[in-house]
Design a protein around this ligand. Structure first.
Ligand code: AMP
Length: 423
């Protein structure tokens, strides 16, 4: 089905360059006509499947159907959980309106940067606002904008915004919105814990659950490597070098861990940068821009980078620390294998995280064989599932065919002890 059959005006279709948008993705095919009907929509579709355009296009179409008012009033509000996602969604929306004869104004606001330019930017109003919740509330406090005329509210990464961490801010924002409006909730996941909140927000919604179709599912190879915690940085370095990975997004549990791992990799000559909420926004933007342009090869991030970020053709994601939940796992690994590309997700599993990994496997309905790499064998075999296949290496080929894998001093010592025991 071509874009032209979805009810969008020719001016909007012109913005869809065939190179970038050859044909609608399944979520776009289903969501665009639903949103155009003016009803509430709750849509879940896999990561990297074109959700932004799935709501951005019909929102713009509905906006263009309205008579223009002066001064402008905010027609649509798009809420996102992270600053980087705000920038990204703003870029997508702007790319769709540049060719339009009507001069639509898309304004993006997020925290971590001076509020004054954003207040100036809101003078004269805006047609669409893309915002992170905290900064939007600051601007509302300062009367920098009014949301009283909003007709469409979009929650991008909706389950995150409905989650505890954003609940108070979201409720405060809802008080500024008219009660009659169209609500659009988009995410790759909707944990059952947030569904009642979603239900409270929606009126007679159309629910779209776009299951991956054969051939359209993200092509992400998932691997789990059993390794002791202290060996992980060395293993990461080893994998990066032996597999000639061009770029890797590594997830760690804490900001401190991100700093330490990045410092260790840099010491080993690998161009690595941390990415987390303690960094200045300037630094965050710089790291992301450098990573996208391949000037930085490895980024070690907290979950602040797990939602929505579209890093074109990112080949590998590594879970240095396992995510807290199966939902977070979906979002983390969804940074790779986007827009029809293939990807690789590697998780490090230690004896102490094995039970947690099994839970993630269960929730994800996957079973990933634990690999044990020669030179990185966990001291306790609890890291390997009882039915795990044999370590990659064999008696004849201790490297498991992986170039560069040789027993280290510790291995040789262990082998000698083993031999002495059996004699
Ligand atoms: P999103 O899920 O919105 O973050 O989009 C993921 C990636 O898919 C982005 O790089 C988009 O530019 C790309 N994309 C969106 N729509 C299409 C489409 N119809 N065909 C091909 N790629 C698309």
């Amino acid at each position: 089905m071509p874009f032209s059959s979805l009810g969008l005006r020719p001016e909007l279709l012109k913005a869809l360059k065939p190179k970038d948008y050859p044909a609608p993705t399944p979520i776009q095919t289903q969501a665009i006509p639903a949103v155009l009907k003016g009803v509430d929509v709750q849509a879940s579709a896999q990561t990297g499947s074109g959700k932004t355009a799935a709501y951005a296009l019909p929102v713009l179409e509905l906006l263009l159907r309205q008579p223009r008012s002066a001064p402008r009033s905010v027609h649509s509000l798009v809420l996102v959980p992270t600053r980087e996602l705000a920038v990204q969604v703003g870029e997508t929306l702007r790319s769709l309106v540049t060719q339009l004869p009507s001069n639509l104004k898309i304004t993006v606001v997020f925290g971590g940067v001076s509020i004054n330019p954003q207040m100036m930017g809101l003078r004269g109003g805006a047609d669409v606002i893309v915002a992170t919740p905290g900064r939007l509330l600051d601007l509302l406090d300062k009367n920098a904008l009014s949301l009283s005329q909003v007709q469409i509210l979009v929650l991008d990464e909706a389950d995150k915004l409905l989650d505890l961490g954003f609940q108070d801010e979201l409720q405060a924002i809802l008080k500024h919105l008219p009660s009659r409006r169209q609500n659009l909730l988009f995410s790759a996941t909707f944990a059952s814990a947030v569904q009642s909140l979603a239900d409270a927000l929606l009126t007679d919604p159309v629910r779209l659950d776009v299951l991956p179709q054969p051939g359209s599912a993200p092509d992400i190879v998932q691997r789990a490597i059993a390794v002791d915690a202290p060996q992980r940085t060395q293993l990461l370095r080893h994998l990066f070098q032996t597999h000639s990975w061009k770029r890797v997004l590594v997830f760690a549990a804490t900001q401190h861990a991100c700093q330490i791992i990045a410092a260790k990799l840099r010491k080993a000559g690998i161009n690595a940068e941390p990415f987390h909420g303690q960094l200045s926004q300037g630094k965050r933007s710089q790291v992301l821009a450098d990573f996208k342009a391949s000037r930085v090869k490895v980024v070690i991030a907290t979950d602040v980078a797990s939602r929505g970020l579209d890093i074109s053709e990112l080949p590998v994601v590594v879970n240095f620390d396992l995510p807290r939940s199966a939902v977070d796992y979906t979002h983390r690994i969804g940074r790779t294998g986007r827009a029809g590309h293939s990807g690789l997700a590697v998780s490090f599993v230690g004896p102490e995280t094995e039970a947690h990994w099994r839970l993630i496997e269960k929730r994800q309905a996957i079973s990933v064989p634990r690999e044990i790499l020669v030179g990185f064998e966990p001291t306790s075999q609890a890291g390997a599932a009882p039915d795990a296949p044999h370590p990659q290496g064999t008696a004849n080929d201790p490297t498991g065919g992986v170039k560069g894998l040789r027993p280290n001093k510790k291995d040789k010592l262990r082998q000698a002890q083993q031999k002495a025991k059996t004699l």
